[in-house]
Design a protein. Structure first.
Length: 160
């Protein structure tokens, strides 16, 4: 097994099992585990794992993995956790010309944009994600109904 793969596995386990609110703390913990890495390497690892930094219930930031749905350190009902995790934190969608504005809970936009990008929706030229907003730029003449259908297939609970 390569050192990088091992490091990524350890990093994934660390984030799943403990709350981290800074890269500095992650670097310290990796060092304790025997991985001496520089901050740029850690940043690349976090990007590769699609780690997001989201608000927890107490209003603090915490690193989470996409499969955690942002709730590995937040106490919430199991049903609510599953619903939000499955929906990528999706809140709403609004169309304006050839742009779709998707609103999410804080910290979920990058995960949702990555999921949409992986589906290679033919009507979408590209996406841009912030903290709680994803912009989809549509091809000229793209049918809204086709976009609605794609979003319904990708985002559980999506309603037009």
């Amino acid at each position: 097994m390569s050192v990088k793969k091992t490091r990524l596995d350890v990093l994934r386990l660390m984030i799943q099992n403990k709350s981290f609110n800074s890269q500095e703390k992650l670097l310290q913990e990796l060092d304790k585990e025997g991985f001496k890495v520089a901050q740029p390497t850690l940043s690349r690892d976090l990007r590769e794992l699609q780690v997001a930094k989201v608000y927890d219930k107490s209003g603090n930031y915490s690193y989470v993995l996409p499969s955690d749905g942002g709730f590995n350190h937040v106490s919430t009902s199991k049903k609510k956790k599953e619903r939000i995790t499955q929906s990528f934190g999706f809140l709403s969608a609004a169309f304006s010309g050839n742009i779709v504005v998707l609103r999410t809970l804080h910290g979920y936009a990058n995960s949702l944009a990555a999921e949409l990008d992986e589906h290679n929706i033919p009507e979408v030229l590209g996406s841009l994600a912030g903290d709680d907003t994803v912009l989809l730029i549509l091809r000229e003449g793209a049918a809204r109904e086709a976009i609605h259908q794609h979003l319904q297939n990708i985002i559980p609970g999506y309603n037009k």
